[in-house]
Design a protein around this ligand. Structure first.
Ligand code: G6P
Length: 606
C-alpha cells in the first residue's frame, strides 16, 4: 500500500529517496514518484510501474537538492498511471498522501472555482491545491488551515520551494513517523524506509503534525499547540529486512519459522507450572477470570489465525469466542457486554478496518488486547494492553511467519486463560513441553520442500484447487487456499471437509486437485470418509497426514507428512506445507511472489 519517504539535510537526497522507496516496495504499489526542492521550484518526477521504471526516467544530472519527498502509490481513486502517481503539485508546493480525502469532490469544485487546475483523477491532488490556497509564507500554518477543511484519513508530507529545507508532515488515520538524525531528519510511513539512516524514531499519533528541518524536529497538533513526543530506539537490524540468500522474501520467511515461532514463546513459558507469563498483559487473575466472552477482530491471514484461536480458546479455556471480520464488525452494532474482551490481531498493526473496529470495541466498553508484529504500530499503541508476536519484519505480501507466530500467541493466551479456569497443570506442562519441540518439527516439514515443489510442478497449470480440513485444521484449509490465490492467481477455496458435499463436490473431477489436511486427531475417521468421497469422483488428492499414517496415504495421489503433535499445536505444522505449495506453484507459474498484483502488505484504506 502507499508509502511515504521524506528527507531533509542530505547533500543530495535523490538517491536516498529512491533507496527509501525500495525499502517500501514490499508493501505493494503500482506507481512511484519524487519531488525535489530546487532553487525556486519543486521538481516532480513520477512514473507508473516499479521503482526501476521511475529510476529510468529520473534526470539524475539535473536533479539536485537537499530536501525532498517521495511516494509509492497503490491506486484507490483513479487508475494506476503517471498522472495519478504522487507527488501532486500546485505552484511551488508538492505533497504526498496516504489515505482517502472523503470530501475531495466538494473541495475540488471550490478550488477549481478559484482557478486551480487539476491534472489527475485522484482525491489526493486536492491537498496540494488546498494547502497552496492557504499558503502565505508559512507551510505549517497553511497545512493546519487546510487540514481543518479535510474529511477523511491522511498521512502527508509537504514541501514548498519558498521554505527549501522544510518538510511538514501530518497524520490522521494513516501511519507516519519521524526519523531523528544528525544534521538530517526524516519522515516515513514505515520505519523500513529510513532505517539505513537512523534508529531514533518518533511515532506520530492522529491529529499530530511535525515540522522538519535538517537541524530541528518540532511536533505539534493541528491547532498549533506544541506536543512533546518520546524518541524510541529501533532495535532490530536492517539485515532482517533483506533476503539473506533466498530468491524471495516469502521463502526466507517460510524458512525462518522454526526461529520465529521460538521467538514468539521464548521467555514467556513457565514449564514448571504449565503456565505462561505475558509481560504486556497487565491483568490480575481476578480480571482474567472476569472475562466472559472473547471477540477476535482481524482481516485476511490474521483472521484465519483468529479462527484457530476460537477453536483453542473454546476447547481448552472454555470461553465463548466469536471471530469477526474487522470490516463487518465496525459497521454493525456489536453487542459488547461487561466481561467482553476483544483480541485484535494484525501483523502490521495498521490495517485500517482492524484499527477502526478496535476503536469501536473500545468505545463500547470492551477491554482490548492487541496482538501485533510491528512495534510501535497504531494498534499496538491504542490497545489497552498487548502482546507482540516477535516474528521480525515480514516483507512478503503473503503473510507466513506472522501467521504461525500469531497462532503461537493464541496458544499462550489459551494457556493463560485456561490455567485460571479448567485446564490442569499436567496438560499445561505437556503443552509447553511439546511447544518447545515445535521449532524442530517445523524444520522437519521444511526439509520436505523438494518433494512439495514436485507436487506443485504437477498442478501448477491447473485453474482451481480445493482445500479441506476439519476442526482446528479448517482455518488451515482457508489459509492454504488464501496463500495459493494470493500469489499464484489460481482460484482456490477452503472448506470444512464435511461441508464439501453441500456444494463443492459438484466441482470434483479428474482435473480438480484437492488438498486434504487429515492429521491424526479426533476427526481422523470422519475425514477419511471425505477423502473417499473425493476419490470416488476421481479428484486428485494431496494429503497432509501425520507421520506413520498409511490409510489416508494409500487413498491419496500425493502425501506430505507432518510430525505427530498435540491437537492444539497441529496448525503450527499443518500450515507449513500449504505455504510451500503456494510458493512453489507461484514460482513455477512465473508470478511475482513477493508483490502479487493488486495486493498490499498493509491495507491502510477502507
Ligand atoms: C493484507 C495482506 C495480508 C494480511 C491482511 C491483514 O491483505 O496482504 O497478508 O493478512 O492485510 O493484515 P494485518 O497487517 O492486519 O495482519
Amino acid at each position: 500500500m502507499c508509502g511515504i519517504v521524506g528527507i531533509t539535510g542530505h547533500e543530495n537526497v535523490v538517491t536516498d529517496l529512491v533507496e527509501g522507496l525500495r525499502r517500501l516496495e514490499y508493501r505493494g504499489y503500482d506507481s512511484a514518484g519524487v519531488a525535489i526542492v530546487q532553487t525556486d521550484s519543486v521538481r516532480v518526477i513520477k512514473q507508473q510501474g516499479k521503482i526501476n521504471d521511475l529510476e529510468r526516467v529520473l534526470p539524475w544530472d539535473e536533479l539536485h537538492g537537499s530536501c525532498g519527498i517521495a511516494h509509492t502509490r497503490w491506486a484507490t481513486h483513479g487508475k494506476p498511471s503517471k498522472l495519478n502517481a504522487h507527488p501532486h503539485s500546485s505552484g511551488a508546493l508538492a505533497v504526498v498522501h496516504n489515505g482517502i480525502v472523503e470530501n475531495y469532490t466538494a473541495l475540488k469544485v471550490r478550488l477549481e472555482g478559484k482557478g486551480h487546475l487539476f491534472r489527475s483523477e485522484t482525491d489526493s491532488e486536492v491537498l496540494a491545491h488546498l494547502i497552496l490556497d492557504q499558503y502565505d509564507g508559512n507551510l505549517e500554518t497553511a497545512v493546519q488551515r487546510a487540514l481543518k477543511l479535510v474529511e477523511g484519513t491522511y498521512g502527508i508530507a509537504v514541501v514548498h520551494a519558498d521554505e527549501p529545507d522544510k518538510i511538514v508532515g501530518a497524520r490522521r488515520g494513516s501511519p507516519l513517523l519521524v526519523g531523528v538524525g544528525d544534521g538530517a531528519n526524516y519522515l516515513a510511513s514505515d520505519v523500513a524506509a529510513i532505517m539505513g539512516h537512523t534508529r531514533q524514531v518518533i511515532y506520530l499519533d492522529d491529529g499530530e503534525m511535525v515540522v522538519l528541518t535538517p537541524q530541528d524536529v518540532t511536533t505539534m497538533n493541528v491547532d498549533n499547540q506544541e506536543v512533546t513526543k518520546e524518541i524510541q530506539e529501533i532495535t532490530w537490524d536492517l539485515e532482517r529486512i533483506q533476503k539473506g540468500g533466498y530468491p524471495h522474501y516469502m521463502l526466507k520467511e517460510i524458512f525462518e519459522q522454526p526461529q520465529t515461532v521460538l521467538d514468539s514463546f521464548r521467555g514467556r513459558i513457565l514449564p514448571e507450572s504449565g503456565d505462561v507469563k505475558l509481560g504486556g498483559i497487565q491483568l490480575t487473575d481476578r480480571e482474567l477470570l472476569a472475562i466472559k466472552r472473547i471477540i477476535i477482530i482481524a482481516c485476511g491471514t490474521s483472521w484465519h489465525a483468529g479462527l484457530v484461536g476460537e477453536y483453542l480458546l473454546e476447547e481448552y479455556a472454555r470461553i465463548p469466542v466469536e471471530v469477526e471480520y474487522a470490516s463487518e464488525f465496525r459497521y454493525r452494532s456489536p453487542v459488547i457486554e461487561p466481561g467482553t474482551l476483544c483480541l485484535t490481531i494484525s501483523q502490521s498493526g495498521e490495517t485500517l478496518d482492524t484499527l477502526e473496529a478496535m476503536r469501536e470495541a473500545k468505545r463500547r466498553g470492551a477491554k482490548v488486547i492487541g496482538i501485533t508484529n510491528v512495534v510501535g504500530s497504531t494498534i499496538a499503541r491504542e490497545s489497552d494492553c498487548g502482546v507482540y508476536i516477535h516474528a521480525g519484519p515480514e516483507i512478503g505480501v503473503a503473510s507466513t511467519k506472522a501467521f504461525t507466530s500469531q497462532v503461537t500467541i493464541l496458544i499462550l493466551l489459551t494457556l493463560l486463560f485456561g490455567r485460571r479456569r479448567h485446564l490442569g497443570i499436567e496438560i499445561g506442562k505437556r503443552t509447553i513441553e511439546e511447544l518447545q519441540r515445535i521449532p524442530d518439527k517445523i524444520q522437519q516439514v521444511l526439509d520436505q520442500s523438494a518433494a512439495i515443489r514436485a507436487i506443485a510442478e504437477v498442478y501448477a497449470q491447473h485453474s482451481n484447487c480445493l482445500y479441506l480440513g476439519r476442526g482446528v485444521n479448517f482455518p488451515i484449509a482457508l489459509e492454504g487456499a488464501l496463500k495459493l490465490k494470493e500469489i499464484s492467481y489460481i482460484h482456490a477455496d477452503g472448506y470444512p471437509a464435511a461441508e464439501m458435499k453441500h456444494g463443492p463436490i459438484a466441482l470434483i473431477d479428474p482435473n480438480m486437485p484437492v488438498v486434504v489436511i487429515s492429521t491424526r486427531d479426533s476427526s481422523y475417521e470422519k475425514i477419511r470418509g471425505n477423502v473417499q468421497e473425493v476419490k470416488a469422483r476421481q479428484g486428485k488428492i494431496i494429503s497432509v497426514v501425520t507421520e506413520g499414517d498409511t490409510e489416508i496415504a494409500a487413498a491419496s495421489d500425493h502425501v506430505i507428512t507432518i510430525p505427530e503433535t498435540m491437537n492444539m499445536l497441529t496448525p503450527l505444522l499443518s500450515v507449513i506445507p500449504l505455504q510451500l505449495l503456494a510458493y512453489y506453484t507461484a514460482v513455477i507459474r512465473g508470478e511475482n511472489v513477493d508483490q502479487p498484483r493488486n495486493l498490499a502488505k498493509a491495507v491502510t484504506v477502507e
